[in-house]
Design a protein around this ligand. Structure first.
Ligand SMILES: NC(=O)c1ccc[n+]([C@@H]2O[C@H](COP(=O)([O-])OP(=O)(O)OC[C@H]3O[C@@H](n4cnc5c(N)ncnc54)[C@H](OP(=O)(O)O)[C@@H]3O)[C@@H](O)[C@H]2O)c1
Length: 433
């Protein structure tokens, strides 16, 4: 048997939702995987914290490692699969140990790749190993493969993604049921759609990790969390969801990356998306990504972004690539040639905006507001007055023509200082694509 006909022996660290899903596919689809790749895959060793925990799969045929990092040093492991999580700790130690030993490394860990991806890609190449992480972004949607392979002949100009199922689920229920963010979050936690500590999801950090990875694949740059201004959905109010709809939009938490003449723009924030746009129709816990590229134009990818089956499906796709010998650089270009393109700060972002003010119900208010808009040269596309706001006063809703974010930020600051303005104004970016 030549080396390439020999079974690929894998070690799996982390036997939670995803780890168990991967074992089920590798064991349950053994014949299918061999037929598709011409090679057998077998599990040699596994690791988790609690050896005694019942996991719904038989583990007695595999060696047990108390320390996950030991998996990398085993002579009966060719490929290391990390399904523990976290940007540092055992996940990072295992990645470094595996790649330094020249063993390929597959992970579903977006935090690890967003923070240490460039270092690990370099380590993989220096040691002739492969680093793959399809499951780290949008779970079951093969978006990294699409960028690295299917769109390899294109220049990506922009990408918008709904990348966090928890946030999309919360926004969907707020709209459908007219509930507040806090009420839906509590119910989502009860139903298992949100973690007990939901910070990573609702504050946009999870989306930022995924957006950093997408930007790296799209533009051949090193993932850069520092260049990613991030806002979550905590401050979204049902009233803005209603006004968005009235104006022809739906609010979504987006990861956005864009190539402009001045550099790369990456950001994570809730945005108003036109109701006719593909992302506006993505509801509940579903994920989706829209890519603009030249010459292909717009392509749309949609599916389950998390869960045992979809995430394990993506991990196994990476294993299949390694079985087939389909090896390419982690971020689509060799690690040493990852570019450091200038990033555009948010103040320089140019776009259209939605603003909502709660103001006193008295004559002269409109004049005060329009004077502030004129001061910063902000041109208004539409302005509505709606009364009565539940806490007193009336609402003024505005959308702007194309303008720089720095002008919007100053205008909001001036609004706050007006005697007629009753609370901190709300601002949302409008994304037309
Ligand atoms: N769940 C999803 O839908 C999903 C989707 C996309 C990506 N991911 C990513 O996939 C990875 C795994 O997620 P998951 O949902 O499967 O997590 P999980 O259910 O919490 O499982 C984590 C596993 O890691 C083990 N573990 C934790 N700390 C350890 C340590 N110090 N040493 C050894 N083992 C340790 C745990 O052991 P015990 O079981 O003994 O406690 C558990 O088996 C994460 O990077 C996550 O971001 C998950």
């Amino acid at each position: 048997m030549s080396k390439t006909d020999a079974p690929l022996r894998v070690g799996i660290a982390g036997l939670g939702t995803v780890g168990v899903g991967v074992i089920k596919i590798l064991e349950g689809q053994r014949a299918l995987l061999q037929a598709r790749t011409g090679r057998q895959v077998c599990i040699s060793a596994v690791s988790a914290r609690d050896q005694g925990r019942k996991r719904g799969v038989a583990l007695d045929g595999y060696a047990w490692c108390d320390n996950p990092v030991d998996i990398a040093g085993r002579s009966d492991v060719d490929l290391v699969i990390e399904l523990i999580g976290g940007s540092d700790g055992p996940a990072l130690a295992l990645a470094r140990a595996a790649l330094n030993a020249g063993k390929s490394f597959v992970t579903a860990n977006k935090a690890l790749i967003a923070v240490h991806g460039a270092e690990l890609a370099e380590l993989a190449e220096a040691n002739g190993a492969s680093l793959r992480f399809e499951a780290a972004v949008a779970g079951g949607i093969p978006i990294l493969k699409a960028l690295a392979e299917g769109l390899a002949g294109n220049v990506v100009t922009g990408l918008h993604g709904i990348l966090n199922g928890t946030c999309n689920y919360i926004l969907t229920r707020m709209e459908r049921e007219g509930l507040s963010f806090g009420d839906v979050l509590k119910d989502a936690q009860r139903l298992g759609y949100a973690e007990a500590d939901p910070t990573f999801d609702i504050d946009g950090i999870d989306t930022a990790h995924k957006t950093a990875i997408l930007a790296a694949l799209a533009f051949g740059t090193a993932p850069d969390m520092q260049a990613l201004p991030t806002e979550g959905i905590r401050n979204i109010a049902p009233v803005d969801i209603d006004y968005a709809r009235e104006l022809g939009y739906r609010i979504k938490l987006l990861g956005v990356v864009r190539r402009t003449e001045d550099g790369i723009e990456s950001r994570v924030h809730p945005a108003m998306v036109p109701l006719a746009a593909p992302l506006a129709k993505v509801m509940d816990a579903v994920n989706a990504v829209v890519v603009q590229a030249d010459p292909v134009g717009q392509t749309v990818y949609e599916g389950a972004g998390a869960g045992e089956g979809p995430t394990a499906s993506a991990v196994v796709a990476d294993i299949v690539d390694i079985l087939r010998g389909n090896i390419y650089p982690a971020f689509g270009v060799p690690a040493k040639r990852l570019q450091h393109l200038p990033t555009i700060p948010t103040e320089k972002h140019k776009g259209t905006y939605y603003m909502r003010l709660r103001v006193k119900d008295r004559p002269g208010v409109m004049a005060d507001i329009t004077a502030e808009l004129a001061r910063e040269n902000v041109s208004i596309e539409s302005m509505l007055q709606r009364g009565k706001a539940p806490d007193g006063g009336v609402y003024i809703i505005m959308t702007t023509h194309n303008t720089r974010e720095v002008a919007i930020s100053s205008t909001l600051k001036h609004f706050t200082q007006l005697e007629c303005v009753l609370e901190t104004p709300t601002m949302l970016r409008i994304e037309e694509f």
